[in-house]
Design a protein around this ligand. Structure first.
Ligand code: SF4
Ligand code: SF4
Length: 255
């Protein structure tokens, strides 16, 4: 019938219009902002409008969302003074090697006395205009020191120096990673054997091993001493027995 196409099109529009309000009411006008509603909005079961009025409205970010990488640091109020604000990065350079567009540049710290390279970065640069957010650096890092961030609003009027992120701009405390990716952080900690940096865990393990070894050698020493003493007593008894056997009989006063 003439005009039925227009009516069918209008029906679709009206359905989306009504469903949008129904979904808004269902999620308490909070649609897309909670993880649960966001997941439904991203699924095939979504109904109504699924665009948002960015930047006034921002969708929830799933845990696996990834943008520019950041570097993990110890908290500034760490109980161990030596680790206060310390970088987890050991400047091994693996992330720079695997980065497909080669946008990572690392400068290693040098020992001021010997001039030898240290396991710490003095500088760490990422050209965020070149980074393609692939996440390979984070996948390959053997120390869980580089992670993909959720922060994506990086636009600026300067596209030269403002887009080369240095170590200061890239560094974020470990608690930030726990906050944006609690499940992944927990899984990594489990694989590492604790919440701390690998080096700290290794050091603790080494100290525990040496303490156990020292305790073992103390026990062995005690046992050895005990063994020697027992052997000594046995020897003395044996010697006494032998001497008694060999000694001429003491004549008795009656004879
Ligand atoms: S791979 Fe990890 S530890 Fe090695 S340089 Fe990169 S961020 Fe640092
Ligand atoms: S996310 Fe990919 S492109 Fe970006 S720095 Fe890491 S490895 Fe390089």
């Amino acid at each position: 019938m003439y005009g039925s196409g227009i009516w069918n099109g209008m029906k679709v529009t009206i359905r989306h219009f009504v469903n949008t309000y129904l979904e808004d009411i269902k999620w308490g006008w909070n649609r897309g902002f909670t993880e649960e509603s966001f997941l439904e909005q991203q699924s095939l079961d979504t109904r109504g409008i699924f665009t948002v009025e960015y930047p006034e409205v921002k969708l929830a970010k799933p845990e696996r969302f990834r943008f520019i990488p950041f570097l993990v640091t110890e908290p500034k109020d760490h109980e161990d003074d030596a680790r206060k604000g310390k970088q987890w990065c050991t400047a091994c350079g693996i992330c720079a090697k695997v980065c497909p567009p080669q946008c990572i540049w690392i400068v290693r710290c040098k020992d001021p006395d010997t001039g030898k390279p240290m396991t710490e970065p003095e500088q760490f640069y990422i050209d965020i205009d070149v980074c393609m957010n692939c996440g390979l650096c984070a996948e390959y890092c053997p120390f869980d020191s580089i992670k993909m961030d959720h922060h994506y609003e990086l636009a600026s009027y300067d596209r030269t120096t403002a887009h080369i992120f240095d170590i200061k701009k890239l560094s974020k405390e470990f608690s930030y990673w726990q906050e944006i990716a609690p499940n992944r952080a927990a899984a990594e900690a489990e694989a590492r054997g604790g919440w701390e940096h690998k080096d700290v865990l290794k050091e603790r393990e080494r100290a525990a091993r040496s303490a156990a070894k020292a305790a073992d050698s103390d026990d062995d020493g005690g046992e050895a001493k005990g063994g020697r003493a027992a052997r000594g007593q046995r020897g003395a008894r044996g010697a006494r027995g032998k001497a008694q056997a060999e000694a001429p009989e003491t004549p008795s006063g009656d004879e």
